[in-house]
Design a binder for this molecule. Structure first.
Ligand code: NAP
Length: 246
């Protein structure tokens, strides 16, 4: 018996990295998982890994920064696979550059993928969850929400995620829905592998735990927040960082 037996979870941006780690941990707890990412092939790779755990997996490729695509995706998922009980808003990108050199496109793209996408999925799914009187929503923010050199766009988006989360909690909690945000610290994925070696070493020195985090470290916390053990945890912002201080 898993804590998420019989629950259907949608994880965005789950083709690799943290999203994939979350999808696998939810499956280990018994959930059926719908894998979203931009590309169908990436979705399928994670779905296969989920099935290898003897859990059901489905794919739903879509660009979550576009409301029309998300609306269609949610409609399709619920028609084909059933009601979504767990939503994990994980998809994200970074386009780092100092504020004085940042282009409008770099600003717009990050705000659209890291923040607007979370409004899109909430707007499409929350009314359905309200009707059913149940939902678990986990929004992926970042410790960078507090401000980080070269990340004006990313920090603004991730701070926005926290405002969105706390507002959604106030509006949805009475309908049996929890909405929490997580702030991963420095996690080993393609996103962090793209930083120069010097920056990697500096970041590791900031982690009291003495190691970089893994997607599974994040996935296990999300599995808890998605479970009924966390029924009374709502509107919270939880760091998953090995004690890192930015
Ligand atoms: P990642 O390895 O780059 O994976 C991100 C995934 O999101 C990719 O599979 C990507 O697809 C997908 N994606 C991007 N844009 C999308 C869109 N518009 N619609 C659907 N899927 C999209 O990044 P990660 O490190 O796992 O990060 C996952 C989340 O954690 C992000 O929100 C990130 O900001 C957050 N986070 C990460 C860290 C860290 O240390 N890694 C720390 C704090 C917060 P493509 O491959 O097609 O681009």
């Amino acid at each position: 018996m898993g804590r998420l037996d019989g629950k259907l979870a949608l994880v965005t941006g789950a083709g690799r990295g943290i999203g994939r780690g979350i999808a696998l941990e939810l499956a280990r707890e018994g959930a059926q998982v719908v894998v979203n990412d931009l590309g169908a092939e990436d979705c399928e790779k994670t779905a296969e890994a989920v099935r290898a755990l003897k859990a059901d997996a489905y794919t739903a490729p879509a660009n979550v920064s576009r409301f029309d695509e998300v609306d269609r995706m949610v409609e399709h998922i619920e028609k084909m696979f059933g009601p979504v009980s767990i939503l994990v808003n994980n998809a994200g990108i970074n386009r780092d550059r100092r504020l004085v050199k940042m282009s409008e496109a770099e600003w717009d793209e990050v705000i659209a993928v890291d923040l607007k996408s979370q409004f899109n999925t909430l707007r499409a799914l929350a009314p359905r969850m309200v009707e059913r009187g149940y939902g678990r929503i986990v929004n992926v923010s970042s410790m960078s929400w507090q401000g980080n050199f070269g990340q004006a766009n990313y920090a603004a988006a991730k701070a926005g995620v926290i405002g969105l989360t706390k507002t959604a909690c106030r509006e949805l909690a009475a309908s049996g829905i929890t909405v929490n945000a997580i702030c991963p610290g420095f996690i080993d994925t393609e996103m962090t592998r793209s930083v120069p070696e010097k920056v990697w070493d500096i970041m590791v020195k900031k982690i009291p735990a003495g190691r970089v985090g893994t997607p599974e470290d994040v996935g296990r916390v999300v599995a808890f927040l998605a479970s009924d053990d966390a029924a009374y945890v709502n509107g919270e912002v939880i760091n998953i960082s090995g004690g890192m201080v930015l």
